[in-house]
Write a protein that binds this ligand. Structure first.
Ligand code: CA
Ligand code: CA
Ligand code: CA
Length: 202
């Protein structure tokens, strides 16, 4: 009888552990602030405007990476860092990155791309999205121009394209990062490169 009760207790404990693990791994879609319905053609916000309440922001970028940080394949490519401002892991499925204001859905995040709670995600801007050897890491279909341009993070739904965040930068120096300071919320400026980690000024 004691053995039977012990077995029941062990099974219940196993279930509890399984359920809590499932919960911890739960990933949610970003909840976007309510906005007025807008015409899809007209709803691109001016550059450098972060949507109020956007759960994910463009936090740092490097348009000319010569020897700062290699991608998983060992190449020194342009990169961009996203930062999740919420304490929930977020799915980026259905979100886009673009450097063309007339083509805001230029590159879609691969299915099941997740950014950890309060975490960071590096996107390699190297046109290696179709490279069969580049299975590790997230690779987009455009590069950043050292001479400067606009890059934007876009969501699209029934209301059309919504720019969650966009940044226009001028000419960049080789191996100098351009990022938000203070981390996640501040304006962009030249900073110490911290790919995948909190931005710092020094
Ligand atoms: Ca570049
Ligand atoms: Ca690459
Ligand atoms: Ca950083």
């Amino acid at each position: 009888m004691v053995k039977f009760q012990l077995t029941i207790i062990l099974i219940l404990l196993g279930c509890a552990v399984f359920i809590s693990c499932e919960k911890a791994q739960q990933v949610v879609k970003p909840t976007l602030p309510d906005m007025d319905p807008m015409d899809p053609v007209d709803n691109i916000m001016p550059p450098d405007k972060m949507m109020e309440g956007s759960p994910v922001v463009i936090n740092e970028l490097m348009a000319d990476n010569d020897n700062t940080v290699p991608d998983p394949q060992g190449d020194y490519d342009d990169w961009l860092e996203l930062h999740n401002l919420t304490d929930m892991a977020l799915s980026l499925t259905g979100l886009y990155l673009s450097d063309k204001e007339d083509n805001p859905t230029k590159w879609v995040f691969p299915e099941n791309t997740v950014i950890p709670a309060n975490g960071y995600l590096i996107v390699w801007l190297d046109e290696d999205h179709d490279d069969e050897d580049a299975t590790e890491g997230v690779h987009a279909n455009f590069k950043l121009s050292k001479g400067g341009e606009t890059v934007m993070l876009v969501d699209t739904d029934a209301r059309g394209n919504q720019v969650l965040d966009s940044i226009t930068f001028e000419e960049q120096e080789t191996d100098v990062a351009f990022g938000r300071w203070p981390n996640g919320t501040g304006d962009f400026q030249a900073i110490v490169a911290t790919p995948g980690a909190e931005n710092r000024a020094e």
